[in-house]
Design a protein around this ligand. Structure first.
Ligand SMILES: [Zn+2]
Length: 231
C-alpha cells in the first residue's frame, strides 16, 4: 500500500475515532441524568402536599359541622322537650334552632365542596402516579440501552485505536508528524485529487505534483498544503 493511501486510511480512522468518541461523550453525559424524572417527582410531591392540606381542611370542616349539628340537636331537644314553657324562652330557642340549622346547612355545603376537591385531587394523583411509573420504567429502559451502547462504543473505540496504532507503526514518524500537524491546523489533512484538482481547495495540482502523488509519494497541495492522495 502506498504511503498516501496509508495516510488517507489513517485520516479515515481518526475521523471514525473522533465520531465514536463524540457519541460516547454524549451518551456518558446522558447516563444517570434524571432531570425529567425528578421534575415529575417534584410535581407529584406538590400534588400530594396539596391533598394533605385539603384533607386537613376537610377534617376541620367536618369537626365544625359535627359541633354545630350537636348544638342544633340540643336546642331542638330543648325546644320540643316540653320542659321549657316560657314563651319568650321558647321563641329564643326557636331562633337559635333556626340559626343553627342555617349554619349547619352552610357548613355541610362547605364540607361537600372540600370533599369534591379531595376526590379530584386523589384522581389527579392517581393519574400522575401512573404516568410517573411509566416514565420511570421508560427511563430505566433508556438507561439500560445507554449502558449497553456505551459498552459497545468503548469496544469500538478500543478496536479503532488498536487499528490506528498498528497503522502508525508501519509509517515513518516524519510522515505521521506532517499528517498530524496539518490535521491539527485544518482538520482534514489528506485531500483526494480528482481530474487534477485538489478536492479540498478546488485548485488544480501541477503536473509534477500529480506525478509524484500518483507514485504514492508524500506531496502537499501547493495551494492548501494538504497531503494529496490519488486513489
Ligand atoms: Zn488543496
Amino acid at each position: 500500500m502506498s504511503l498516501t493511501k496509508q495516510l488517507y486510511e489513517l485520516q479515515e480512522l481518526d475521523t471514525d475515532i473522533e465520531n465514536t468518541q463524540q457519541t460516547l461523550d454524549l451518551k456518558n453525559g446522558q447516563l444517570g441524568r434524571r432531570d425529567k424524572l425528578d421534575a415529575a417527582q417534584q410535581n407529584l410531591d406538590a400534588m400530594k402536599k396539596e391533598l394533605d392540606d385539603l384533607n386537613h381542611k376537610r377534617r376541620d370542616a367536618e369537626g365544625e359541622l359535627e359541633d354545630t349539628t350537636s348544638k342544633f340537636n340540643d336546642a331542638n331537644k330543648q325546644l320540643y322537650g316540653g320542659k321549657v314553657t316560657n314563651s319568650k324562652e321558647l321563641s329564643n330557642l326557636q331562633h337559635e334552632v333556626n340559626t343553627l340549622q342555617g349554619l349547619s346547612d352552610k357548613l355541610e355545603t362547605k364540607a361537600l365542596e372540600i370533599i369534591d376537591k379531595v376526590e379530584a385531587a386523589e384522581g389527579a394523583i392517581a393519574k400522575a402516579s401512573g404516568e410517573f411509573q411509566q416514565l420511570e420504567a421508560e427511563w430505566q429502559k433508556e438507561q439500560k440501552q445507554l449502558a449497553a451502547d456505551i459498552t459497545l462504543l468503548e469496544k469500538t473505540l478500543a478496536d479503532l485505536t488498536e487499528q490506528r496504532n498498528s497503522l502508525v507503526a508501519q509509517l515513518e514518524a516524519a510522515s505521521v508528524s506532517i499528517y498530524e500537524r496539518i490535521r491539527k491546523q485544518k482538520k482534514q489533512a489528506v485531500a483526494k485529487v480528482e481530474q487534477g484538482i485538489c478536492k479540498a481547495c478546488r485548485i488544480s495540482v501541477s503536473a509534477s505534483f500529480l506525478q509524484k502523488a500518483r507514485g504514492g509519494q508524500l506531496v502537499q497541495c501547493g495551494s492548501c498544503g494538504r497531503i494529496l492522495f490519488i486513489s
